[in-house]
Design a protein around this ligand. Sequence first.
Ligand code: FRU
Length: 494
Amino acid sequence: GLYNGAWRPQVHFSPPRNFMNDPNGCFRDDNGTWHLYYQYNPTATVAGNQHWGHATSQDLYTWENQEIAIYATEDSQIFSGSAVIDVNNTSGFFPNQTNGVVAIYTLNTEYEQVQEIAYSYDGGYTFVKYADNPVLALDPSSNQFRDPKVIRYGDSWAMVLAYAQEFVVGIFTSPDLKNWTHASNFSHHGLLGLQYECPNLVQMPVEGSDEAMWVLAISINPGAPLGGSITQYFPGDFNGTHFTPVDGAARIADFGKDNYAGQFFYGLPETEEQVFIAWASNWEYSQQVPTGESEGWRSSMSAPRRTHLANVTRTGWDIVSAPYDLSPIYSSPLAINSSLGNGSILLDYSTLPSRAIYFQVNVSSIPNNTYSKGTLNFTFSSSSTRESVSGGFYFGGDNPFWLSRAKVLGFGETNPFFTDKFSVGNPINANGMFMLEGVMDRSILEVFLDGGRNSATMTFFPLGELDTMEVRAGGLNEHVTVSVAVWGLQSTWQ
Ligand code: FRU
């Protein structure tokens, strides 16, 4: 089958074949079906000829590939954008239904980028391009004006849109999705890189309160601190026309290098944790990774993440993001050890057909005891080639956590942009506990620290299959307990 390749993620979305980048048009319909569209070149394993591919899911892990939803033409491509459900028929497209879907995207031509809409009578499977497109263009026209993300605000629609090379997020409003009025600009905030792309505006719950608060996310590419692409965000307030950040600081969404252009799903009440999915790659090497030649596909999405805001760290507001409920795809527990102490477990998972794993390590402390020192390390390795992917945490000092793909042969050895190590400072909680979670899926690893206060996405392409896992704790004092749980995950691509 198409999804049998040694590098093919088994619990992540990847396109049936050829090239994928940004998630687009993400929404949850009123039957609870999740719709994911994506930047798709159906004819090559590199970017170009961009369409909107489409897939649907009931659980966000088990995806069903659908027909291409919006087609490019010979001289124009369908770039990134979003989708909404026009329940009240504000657009006039849907006199007889409450589940009409409108997609808002950028049409890219050799000369300009303009914003267009297309509507769907069948809940998002097929679309008709609006006859009076474009709905939004600049005068004079610009070829750096893109990635509309539309949300409902009160009785109106609000859009954030990138003036990519001017480092501006424009905010527009509309009564009907057809006529857009400029309301304000959010410009020159945070990291600029060389372009702003794919802005998102979303309201999400706040930990420990009934409040919901706003977040504006902006992706930048090229020019991220580690090179290439990265996503930053600003917690703040939105009043329908203006976004005001709580402070001047930009936060980084993911401390790896493979999490870009993420999108929040439309259609979730702000009292619920919001759901985020990102392109798990980086423009510095996405078109060169070796899955293209050998398996005929390039790029997967990140795992879906449930997100909320918390104000618990030294730096203030942060998005807390953890994997969306994995229980529908758990298979057997592979290891459960509630008293690892300063010891290790070694696990051979070569017989697990998916070779996809979820793991959780909890390190506890007695009350008021602080960690003076100690380490927690994990390694996924290949019994055939001895390659490995690893990570670890130092208790004490700056509490750094690191991830490494340095001991993987092949692509990473020759591509100068495939940065091989990542790290973050993760101060110990007031309760003295530390939790590490991870989703390992053949060629992608995602880690979540302390329930998701910090997270990272890392891809790698080992020559031998990773089939052995080790978790090791050392140097911790006798009051500390370490528990490890590892579950096999079922392949969702049978
Ligand atoms: C981000 C991006 C968007 C654009 C799309 C084109 O990765 O460059 O700005 O709409 O990809 O595929």
